[in-house]
Design a protein around this ligand. Sequence first.
Ligand SMILES: C[S@@+](CC[C@H](N)C(=O)[O-])C[C@H]1O[C@@H](n2cnc3c(N)ncnc32)[C@H](O)[C@@H]1O
Length: 243
Amino acid sequence: MDEHGKHDRHGDRHGHADRHAGHGPSTPVHQRGAHGHGQPGHGHHNGAYRNPEDLDAYVKRQLDPARAEWQKPDRVLRTLGLRRGAVVADIGAGAGFWVLKLARAVGREGHVYAVEPEPQLIAVLRERLTTARMSNVSPVLGRDDDPMLPAGVCDVVLIVNTYHHFPDGPAFLRKVARLLRRGGAIVNIDFAKRETPVGPPVEHRVAREDFLRDARRAGLRLVAEHDFLPHQYFLVLKPSRVR
Ligand SMILES: C[S@@+](CC[C@H](N)C(=O)[O-])C[C@H]1O[C@@H](n2cnc3c(N)ncnc32)[C@H](O)[C@@H]1O
């Protein structure tokens, strides 16, 4: 069975099939499947929330130390300039690649809401938080169409490699915008819509321009963009109208 043979049952707003989620290091380009975008290392994407079925392998990819080479988490965090005491939401937190780093950045006086709709991933995250003795993180079981957080609490909402999982991007973004405190920002980092050595199949990705169009529809404007990530765009948005 080819990598994408089963996707059609998950058609979405972009007119493409089930969007892939396994974004850790993938099989080298020369070993890819017959379609050129196939990434056999990622498994099928027929699980809940547009995730692959094999969640163990998915977690492994998300947390693979080699990811740092292209994901550059330290530089991303420096660029975000999080202050101690800040409140951050990580939407689509997965196994928590960002969560522990964010929690350290905001310190004990800050807080991280780790929003994830997949209970099995929340369980993995909880275990990691216990091992790391982190007490400033709240794992939150989100809904597919709602992050399930109170309004007006976040200084920063981080969304990494997750936007293409939302069933209705602009609607979800509108809900995310409500989470911001005055002056708060949404950060979206996601794979460029072109072949890259890691990341989901190209047809599952949301192009930067399409994301920005969705963001405008959701009442958000681009306030900064960073181009040091080799495979992903890195956008910072704020509400168009100051509340
Ligand atoms: C590719 S993973 C990214 C995980 C993490 N952000 C990272 O960078 O390692 C995408 C995550 O989004 C989650 N997800 C899927 N649908 C979602 C939704 N509607 N709201 C929030 N998260 C969602 C998936 O369960 C998965 O954990």
